[in-house]
Write a protein that binds this ligand. Structure first.
Ligand code: NDP
Length: 251
């Protein structure tokens, strides 16, 4: 028996990095997956590669009306979603003294408001089918501060808090809500923060964690799978780390 047999999942930011790994693993484990992102060409190609258990549709997670359309489409194509992975995110750094309101709001809109809209949109369909699992991708920066990361930390701490609050409110509907807190993971998000599109170049140096290596997107996908599946049936409102030991203590 595969671990997500018969489940229907929506994954945001699903065309690359952690989101793409999650989508691949979910399909392998028997779920039908609605991949969403804003890179439509890549998204359609990935869905085609994953086969009939996958579909792609455009979603800017900060757009309320687009969430309604995604829910409608998912329902028509596969049925009511039982899993939501709020993964889409952007990373920006800027010293607080020069951080503009516009730059701050851009990060909050995607990383924080996107998670709020995603969770709210999925409550009714999950209730309809007797429950579900929501996995919100936060960060170690949702638990610890970071130099020049004010907007990013604000948004990721918000995800940690919203996860706990939603878990308390939604437990009565058998909807579990947990957050995942990755450390440094070798993806395009990191490469672009280093001013390159080449992930290997951007992650050639040691990331300064006890395990002395970068994590891979698949290593986060495994944790997300656990939280989306029945194996984590007694976990809700919890923060799960996968950070190579980064937050264990001072090196
Ligand atoms: P990637 O940039 O590789 O993938 C994220 C995807 O989300 C991209 O395709 C991106 O599109 C998309 N996206 C961005 N904004 C939106 C939006 N408004 N609506 C829909 N999709 C959007 O990132 P990662 O895989 O590295 O990150 C995934 C999640 O993990 C993020 O929430 C990130 O904050 C978190 N994380 C990542 C860490 C890391 O070290 N990589 C560490 C800790 C947490 P586009 O390319 O156009 O921006």
């Amino acid at each position: 028996m595969r671990r997500l047999e018969g489940k229907i999942a929506i994954v945001t930011g699903a065309v690359r990095g952690i989101g793409a790994s999650v989508a691949r693993l979910f399909v392998q484990e028997g779920a039908a997956v609605m991949l969403t992102d804003m890179r439509d060409e890549l998204g359609s190609a990935l869905a085609a590669e994953l086969g009939s258990q996958a579909a792609y549709t455009h979603l800017d997670v900060g757009e309320e009306a687009e969430w309604a359309a995604v829910l409608e489409l998912t329902h028509r194509r596969f049925g009511a979603p039982t899993i939501l992975v709020n993964n889409a995110g952007i990373f920006r750094t800027e010293p607080i003294e020069s951080l503009s309101m516009q730059a701050y709001m851009e990060v909050i809109r995607t990383n924080q408001i996107g998670v709020f809209l995603g969770m709210r949109s999925c409550i009714a369909p999950m209730r309809e089918v007797g429950g579900g699992a929501i996995v919100n991708i936060s960060s170690v920066q949702g638990l610890e501060g970071m130099r020049n990361g004010l907007a990013y930390c604000a948004s990721k701490f918000a995800v940690t808090g919203m996860t706990r609050t939603a878990a308390i409110e939604l437990a009565k509907y058998r909807i579990r809500v947990n957050s995942v807190h990755p450390g440094p993971i070798a993806t395009s998000l990191v490469a672009e923060a280093h001013g390159t599109s080449d992930i290997a170049t951007a992650t050639a140096h040691e990331p300064g964690v006890p395990m002395k290596r970068w994590g891979q997107p698949e290593e986060i996908a495994g944790l997300v799978l656990y939280l989306a599946s029945e194996e984590s049936s007694y976990s809700t409102g919890s923060a799960f780390l996968a950070d190579g030991g980064l937050t264990a203590g001072l090196m």
